[in-house]
Ligand binder design. Structure first.
Ligand SMILES: [Zn+2]
Length: 439
C-alpha cells in the first residue's frame, strides 16, 4: 500500500479518541487529499510506503481550525482606528478608508497576509467576505487554504462596484467564475440590514439560493442596530430578515449579539446558523452574544475572528480561549461553554456553519485531510492531562508547527510553503506607507 503523506508517532485527536493518551501514539494516512485511515501505531499496515512521512513524536495531531467570519483584506487597517464605538468606527474611519484605499492590488496582498497569519496559527478553513472578492479568492487559492469567499454587497458606491444597481449582477458573475473549485467555494455577503435595503437582501438571497451557495449577513451586532430596526421596521433585525424570507439552512447570521427569545426561536426553526465573534464584539463594546442559549436551542454556532481592524489578530486559538472565558464571566457560571464545547465550535461546529460538515472539521477516514500538528514540547503545554483543556486555555497559534490542507503540505516546521512571506510583508508595508502619508 502506498500513500501521499503518513503522519506517524503523534497523539491523534479523533472523534473516537478526543483525549489521546501520551503513551498511545498513532498515525494518519493521507492520499488524494483525503484521510484514508487513523489508528494506533501498533496497527500501522506493515507494507505501507509514503511519498512523505512526518514524524509527529511529542506532537498533537488534530483537525485544523475553522474561522467562520473574516474580512481578510482588512489586515490593511489593523490598528488604524482603535478604541471607538462601532458606528463611529465604521462611518468615520473604516468606510472612508475603504473608499480611498481598497483596490484589487490591496485586496490581493492583504488577503495573502491574512492567509499567512491564519495558516501559521492553525486555521485551515476561512469564510471571507469583502469587495473585489475575485482577487481575495485568487490570493486564498494560491495560499492553499480552504475558503468560502463571499462577494460583499452594500447599497452605496463600493470598491469595484461604483453603481450599487450592479451589485447583484457583479455577485452573479463572481459565483459563476468560482463554481466547482477544489478549495474555494463562492458565496454572497450582504453587509447588514442597515446598509442593504429589503430588495437588495431579497435579491442577494435569491441569487445564493439559485447558485446553491451560502448567504452571509451581519445581524443584531449592536444595541443601536436593534433600536434602529425597531424604529424603521417595527421588529428586531432577526424578525426583519425572517419577514424578508432569507432565514434558512443556507444563511449564516454573523454576530447575533442582541437577540430575544423570539429571535432565538426563529433562528432554531429556520435552520440558519450563527458565526460568533467574541473578540470583535468585546473590542467594539457591542455586547455578548447568548451563545450558551443558542447552543441549547440547537442552533449551529461557529467562531470567527471578524476582520483584523476589529480584533486585531486572526489567531483562532485566541478566539477559542476568549469565547470560553467571556461567557463564563458573563453568566457568573464557570460551567458554561466547557473546553470541549468551545473547541467543537471551532472545528465540527464551524464546518456545519459553512455547509462543509461532510468534508472537514474532524479526523475521520473519508474526510478531506485538513490537519494541524501542535508541538507539545513546550513549558506552557506541560503537563497535559486533558487535550481540550490544554488547547482552549493554554495553547496559542504560535504552537502550530505543521499544516496540511486538502491533503497538501502547506506549512512545515513553521515555514510557509505556499506564500512568499517576505514579499507579502513588503507589499503590505508599501500600501500602509501610502495610507500613513495621506492626510
Ligand atoms: Zn464582519
Amino acid at each position: 500500500m502506498h500513500c501521499d503523506i503518513l503522519i506517524s508517532n503523534g497523539l491523534v485527536k479523533t472523534p473516537a479518541s478526543p483525549n489521546p493518551a501520551p503513551e498511545k501514539p498513532g498515525f494518519v494516512i493521507i492520499s488524494n487529499g483525503k484521510i484514508i485511515a487513523t489508528g494506533p501505531m501498533a496497527e500501522l499496515p506493515g507494507d505501507l510506503t509514503a511519498a512523505k512521512t512526518i514524524d509527529a513524536k511529542g506532537c498533537l495531531v488534530m483537525p485544523g481550525l475553522i474561522n467562520t467570519h473574516n474580512h481578510c483584506a482588512m489586515t490593511m487597517f489593523r490598528g488604524l482606528a482603535d478604541d471607538l464605538p462601532l458606528m463611529t468606527w465604521l462611518q468615520e474611519h473604516i468606510f472612508p478608508a475603504e473608499a480611498r484605499f481598497v483596490s484589487p492590488e490591496m485586496v490581493y496582498w492583504c488577503t495573502k497576509l491574512a492567509a499567512a497569519e491564519m495558516i501559521l496559527s492553525g486555521t485551515t478553513t476561512v469564510a471571507d467576505g469583502y469587495f473585489f472578492e475575485d482577487d481575495a479568492a485568487r490570493a486564498l487559492k494560491e495560499s492553499g487554504i480552504r475558503a468560502i469567499a463571499a462577494q460583499g454587497v452594500i447599497d452605496f458606491p463600493a470598491p469595484g462596484v461604483p453603481d450599487p444597481a450592479d451589485n447583484i449582477r457583479n455577485s452573479a458573475q463572481f459565483l459563476e467564475k468560482w463554481q466547482n473549485d477544489r478549495l474555494i467555494t463562492p458565496g454572497v455577503f450582504c453587509h447588514s440590514p442597515y446598509t442593504c435595503n429589503a430588495e437588495t437582501i431579497r435579491k442577494g438571497k435569491e441569487l445564493a439560493r439559485q447558485s446553491r451557495c451560502l448567504f452571509f449577513i451581519h445581524v443584531a451586532e449592536t444595541k443601536t442596530e436593534l433600536a434602529q430596526s425597531c424604529r424603521q421596521h417595527g421588529v428586531s433585525p432577526v424578525r426583519y430578515l425572517h419577514q424578508l424570507g432569507v432565514l434558512d439552512e443556507g444563511t449564516v447570521c454573523v454576530h447575533c449579539v442582541w437577540l430575544d427569545a423570539g429571535d432565538l426561536e426563529l433562528l432554531r426553526e429556520s435552520g440558519a446558523s450563527v458565526a460568533s465573534c467574541p473578540k470583535s464584539n468585546m473590542k467594539l463594546a457591542s455586547g455578548i452574544a447568548p451563545v450558551d442559549q443558542l447552543l441549547e436551542a440547537g442552533v449551529v454556532v461557529g467562531l470567527g475572528t471578524d476582520g483584523c481592524a476589529s480584533n486585531n489578530n486572526l489567531d483562532m486559538f485566541g478566539e477559542i480561549s476568549c469565547a470560553a472565558k467571556l461567557h463564563k464571566v458573563h453568566r457568573l457560571d464557570p460551567t458554561i461553554l466547557p473546553a470541549a464545547t468551545v473547541l467543537a465550535m471551532a472545528t465540527t461546529g464551524g464546518a456545519s456553519v459553512l455547509g462543509l460538515q461532510g468534508k472537514t472539521g474532524e479526523l475521520t477516514a473519508g474526510k478531506r485531510a485538513d490537519i494541524i500538528i501542535i508541538d507539545l514540547q513546550k513549558p506552557h503545554l506541560t503537563p497535559m492531562y486533558d487535550v481540550n483543556s490544554t488547547l482552549v486555555y493554554t495553547a496559542s497559534g504560535s504552537d502550530v508547527k505543521t499544516s496540511i490542507i486538502d491533503g497538501h503540505l502547506i506549512m512545515e516546521n513553521q515555514q510557509l510553503l505556499t506564500i512568499e512571506l517576505a514579499e507579502v510583508l513588503a507589499r503590505v508595508n508599501g500600501l500602509a506607507r501610502r495610507i500613513r502619508s495621506t492626510p
